[in-house]
Design a protein around this ligand. Structure first.
Ligand code: PSV
Ligand code: MN
Ligand code: MN
Length: 383
């Protein structure tokens, strides 16, 4: 139990700046009270999540949603709040220029613009001390014949190589894949295999990020995790949960068992380290945002605790004996353990409240921001 607690104390989960702003579906964005008006206030909200969970010390930025004049100053502000800047997320999907793609666009001018944005994101990493660039491309085509699939791969490879060469010491990029949306016929980075192949060709500073909402239904995500980790190519996660497509709901809400299975493969594969970034990529469209993030961090923590509880010796023994039911029982015993008392105890040992949700609700922070912040911004598109 001492080892499990030590491992849990070392856990780090990154929250995304865009989770704190107003969000919705393409049908409606529901405004909430007290949402941040600028990136500085987003960091203040993220600092609350860290204050009550103790394991969310970094915040991902999305550029240009979090554009500021002085990124070093933003990083300083984060430090004063007790958090740090995490991954820098690029955005080559919201300009009119990107209608037919960004780095894979048939027009060299658009490709240049997109790559320049990615390079600018590396400048922002330098200014903020971030070590991770996250690349997601909405690039793809809607109709057979619309563009040449293979040429688009060549253009993608050229841009990635340029960005890779710009990375400094201790910096890396994570390439994110997504099956479909916004493109509906052929996405240029649709799956982990495509992302992996590009990253392998580039070298050790290029790794794959697994967004748990970006697969076909029924995909065995923990298999992908095991495979990438074995090859040193798992750079991190964008955690969220989904019932249908890229729903961006709270991680662990739709399928806590899947989250447990993923965390088990992470631990088994030696990925429970700072080398793998455990990030949330979610929107809280109808629930309050800070508590939504606190709940999500707790859900990851619970899945991790259960995965740490797996008796690996007993599991190996059963596996080696071909004891199908015995092996499965070892895993299920861990999953079916109620780890909430253990986590409450751990928090108290660290000087935190045992129930982060209740402690935040009692703190008065929401009432304060609701009164102070008038005209909060929409996450992303309104930024
Ligand atoms: C795309 O669906 C994605 O998962 C990427 O990570 C984006 O950067 C993020 O969502 C925010 O829209
Ligand atoms: Mn994502
Ligand atoms: Mn997504």
């Amino acid at each position: 139990m001492t080892d499990i607690k030590a491992a849990l104390r070392s856990q780090r989960i990154e929250t995304p700046s865009w989770a704190y702003g107003n969000s919705g579906t393409r049908f409606k964005v529901f405004a909430q009270q007290g949402v941040p008006r600028d990136p500085y206030e987003k960091l203040a909200d993220a600092a609350q999540v860290h204050a009550y969970t103790g394991i969310a010390p970094t915040v991902a930025l999305h550029i240009p949603w979090d554009k500021v004049d002085d990124y070093a100053d933003l990083a300083r502000h984060a430090g004063e709040l007790g958090v740090r800047i995490g991954a820098i997320n690029s955005n080559v999907f919201q300009d009119d220029d990107y209608k037919l793609g960004s780095v894979t666009h048939p027009d060299a001018r658009v490709r240049r613009k997109a790559t320049d944005h990615l390079l600018e994101c590396v400048d922002i990493m330098d200014a903020t001390g971030s070590d991770t660039l996250k690349l997601w491309f909405s690039d793809g085509i809607n109709y057979p014949g619309q563009d040449d699939i293979r040429s688009r791969q060549d253009r993608l490879a050229d841009s990635l190589a340029e960005v890779y060469d710009r990375l400094g010491e201790g910096q890396r990029f994570l390439l994110e894949y997504k099956l479909f949306e916004p493109a509906f016929y052929a996405t240029d980075v649709p799956d982990w295999g495509t992302a992996y192949a590009h990253c392998v060709r580039l070298g050790p500073k290029a790794q794959v990020v697994v967004d748990t909402g970006h697969h076909a239904p029924g995909t065995n995500i923990e298999f992908i995790v095991a495979f990438l980790l074995r090859d040193g190519k798992l750079g991190g996660f964008d955690f969220n949960s989904r019932f249908y497509a890229d729903d961006d709901l709270m991680v662990g809400a739709a399928d806590p068992f899947q989250l447990f299975r993923i965390m088990y493969e992470v631990i088994r594969g030696g990925g429970f380290t700072d080398e793998v970034a455990f990030m949330l990529d979610q929107c809280h469209n109808i629930e309050p945002k800070i508590p939504g993030q606190i709940r999500s961090v707790m859900n990851v923590q619970e899945a991790t605790a259960k995965a740490l509880l797996v008796d690996r010796d007993a599991l190996s023994a059963a596996q080696n004996e071909g004891d199908v039911l015995g092996a499965n029982a070892v895993l299920m015993d861990a999953y079916n353990t109620d780890v909430r008392p253990l986590l409450a105890e751990l928090r108290e040992e660290q000087g935190l409240a045992p129930d982060p949700m209740a402690a935040y609700a009692k703190s008065g922070y929401f009432e304060k921001i609701a009164a102070e912040r008038v005209g909060g911004r929409q996450a992303g598109w309104g930024a």
